[in-house]
Design a protein. Structure first.
Length: 641
């Protein structure tokens, strides 16, 4: 018998409370269609492992076996707020759906960021060894708290549960149990944090006001756009709104039941496109060019990014469906008030689903076109435009223009561009003379044998091991003594790197800076080049175009004392780039997306942000981990409500 391609599992399209309302129950219970894989009870698969221990109750819940005939034959267990085994099934279904979207968009397998542990080897000292992480652990009932978060050290996502406030609001039972693991928005959001960490681990370092906001906003974008995959949900909401997205729909809200369960009736946890006034009337939020500048807190600024992408979606939807409205209204484009044709609703829903799917994949694919650290919203706009230009050069449907319009409407602009045209925003290929091309040729010869093996395997552990070996060889090449002199320095500068000692990195401006290495003051060292990733990607896009690429990220880091009034406070400052090669021509770098380590202006900007001297949130209220690591994001603190 042929192995099935997909596994069907029942679940919720929105929060479970929508199943207890007559107007929403019909579309809230849906079927998730995810790639089939062999599972152990848990479920435990290739990518994730559901571990259902409840520490607050000191209780293990029996793991669900999705291979049992009576379970598999009915598309899994029936949705239930009171059945822990359904909770396990649902977390698994949403997690795998999210992973599937990322793999389709990126054109490669997701490999979790490795774990670092103390080496057991003799004479290893404090050296850490890198360990492959095969599965992310998901804990449906990990804490009795109104919280859920990704823990990068445990390589796990922990979901909480809590008693709703003693108030009548929405579909909640006053004082009843609310499980965050039953919100598809929350599960998708936390999974996206974990996947983003596997792609850009340095985005865990809070170096500017956009970094935490990007983690939050991007995770919400994925959760929001994934909703549109459920056609019955889209049809229902468009029918109620008369086919318009500028009226109230659930699409502009995330984690509604969770927010309503909190004390004080916060409403939806996130509300991007509108809000309710004191009289219970909904108002659309109009874009404001001051939105970006006026919102600094991570969730608030992240919501600006979500609203921006949703605004682009609305613009595309309005543009793509204008002909349908004209046909249905005898040419006026304005439908009469009241119910609209079910046939029209179906056609509009198909358009909305397709637009959301393409936009979701554009947003995900852009991650490979971002710098390896210190991300800003302006960088992300340039990444969106460049990534889409690569895969869909014609853009007959206007995705790039819609994105540019939406970012401009909320005052989000990148640095160092002359205009907001597609040509100005797209990252440019580097200009390398012949002597620098020779260095690239050596790099290509180093990578080629391992890259060929990378594209031939689908085994995630082999991908990790081959990538690690490629990183080791490239690291050896860049840190060898074979290259030197001004030509080598010019080449490294184009990659955001340097061959100069730290005392000369900023020229005369470096003189008053106290640099450190291994905990001791040292102004003479040259920072080592680190190779963070080597990946192969085979992508396809909406214009049926396929591209094959190799992605390499290089960084350097220095440590400097930024303390005031004689107090020592060390800051890690990084530079480097994301390099993109064509798989068929590794001798040519297509793109270099860099953050230059020799930028004194960026050094000062990061220092001012961390000291609380910029207009962004001061460091004292930033979501830092309370340990000796340099300003890492802590999602446990960031997600507390």
């Amino acid at each position: 018998m042929a192995r099935p391609a997909f596994r069907n599992l029942r679940g919720y399209s929105l929060d479970p409370g929508f199943s207890t309302r007559l107007d929403t129950a019909s579309f809230n219970e849906v079927t998730y269609r995810i790639p089939f894989e062999d599972l152990e009870p848990g479920p435990i698969g290739e990518y994730v492992e559901i571990v259902d221990f409840d520490p607050a109750s000191k209780c293990w819940y029996e793991p669900v076996d999705l291979n049992r005939v009576e379970v598999a034959s009915q598309a899994g267990l029936a949705p239930s707020e009171g059945n822990p085994q359904f909770h396990q099934q649902f977390v698994y279904a949403v997690a795998m759906k999210t992973i599937w979207h990322f793999e389709r968009a990126l054109g490669r397998k997701i490999v979790w960021y490795p774990r670092y542990a103390r080496s057991r080897a003799k004479n290893a000292g404090s050296r850490l060894r890198e360990e492959y992480v095969g599965r992310l652990r998901l804990h449906p009932h990990a804490l009795r708290d109104a919280n859920a978060y990704y823990d990068p050290d445990k390589k796990a996502v922990l979901f909480g549960y809590f008693a709703a406030a003693d108030q009548i609001e929405g579909a909640n039972y006053p004082g009843g149990l609310v499980c965050t693991c039953l919100s598809p928005d929350i599960v998708a959001h936390e999974m996206t944090h974990a996947i983003l960490d596997s792609i850009h681990h340095r985005y865990m370092e809070d170096t500017n006001a956009d970094v935490a906001a990007f983690h939050e906003g991007f995770s919400d974008i994925v959760a929001l756009l994934q909703r549109f995959t459920f056609l019955e949900l889209v049809e229902h909401q468009l029918y109620l709104s008369g086919g318009r997205l500028d009226r109230y729909t659930v699409f502009g809200e995330l984690a509604t039941q969770f927010g309503q369960a909190l004390k004080g009736n916060r409403g939806a946890l996130r509300s991007m496109i509108g809000e309710w006034d004191a009289k219970g009337k909904w108002h659309k939020r109009e874009p404001d060019p001051a939105d970006y500048a006026n919102n600094i807190e991570a969730h608030d600024r992240g919501a600006v990014l979500v609203a921006t992408v949703f605004d682009a979606f609305q613009r595309l939807y309005t543009h793509r469906t204008a002909d349908l409205f004209r046909i249905a209204s005898n040419g006026t484009g304005q439908l009469p008030e009241g119910s609209i044709s079910r046939d029209l609703v179906h056609r509009l829903a198909l358009e909305a689903r397709d637009i959301a799917g393409h936009l979701l994949h554009i947003c995900i694919r852009a991650l490979d076109y971002c710098p390896p650290h210190d991300i800003s919203f302006g960088d992300y706009l340039r990444a969106l435009i460049t990534a889409d230009l690569d895969i869909a050069p014609e853009d007959e449907t206007g995705y790039r223009i819609a994105l540019i319009e939406a970012f401009r409407a909320r005052g989000i602009f990148p640095n160092r561009v002359s205009t907001l045209s597609v040509e100005s925003l797209a990252w440019s290929p580097p200009d390398l003379p012949k002597v620098e091309q020779k260095i690239i040729h050596q790099l290509a010869e180093t990578m080629k044998p391992l890259i060929m093996k990378l594209i031939e395997t689908v085994d995630r552990k082999q991908i990790y091991e081959l990538s690690r070996e490629a990183r080791r060889q490239i690291h050896k090449l860049f840190n060898a003594q074979a290259f030197a002199g001004p030509e080598w320095e010019r080449f490294l500068n184009k990659l955001g790197l340097t061959s100069l000692p730290v005392s000369k990195m900023f020229g005369r401006l470096a003189k008053p800076i106290a640099f450190y290495k291994d905990g001791k003051r040292n102004n003479d060292y040259v920072p080592k080049v680190e190779v963070h990733t080597v990946r192969a990607a085979l992508r396809s896009g909406r214009e049926n175009r396929q591209i094959e690429q190799v992605l390499v990220t290089l960084t350097q880091s220095v440590t400097a004392d930024i303390g005031l009034d004689g107090e020592t406070r060390l800051m890690t400052f990084r530079g480097g780039s994301s390099l993109i090669f064509k798989l068929g021509d590794l001798n040519t770098i297509d793109l270099v997306i860099q953050k230059n380590i020799r930028s004194h202006a960026r050094f000062e900007s990061q220092r001012d942000y961390l000291l609380g001297e910029s207009e962004a949130a001061p460091a004292s209220i930033s979501p830092y981990v309370d340990d000796d690591r340099p300003w890492h994001l802590n999602f446990n603190l960031l997600h507390r409500h």
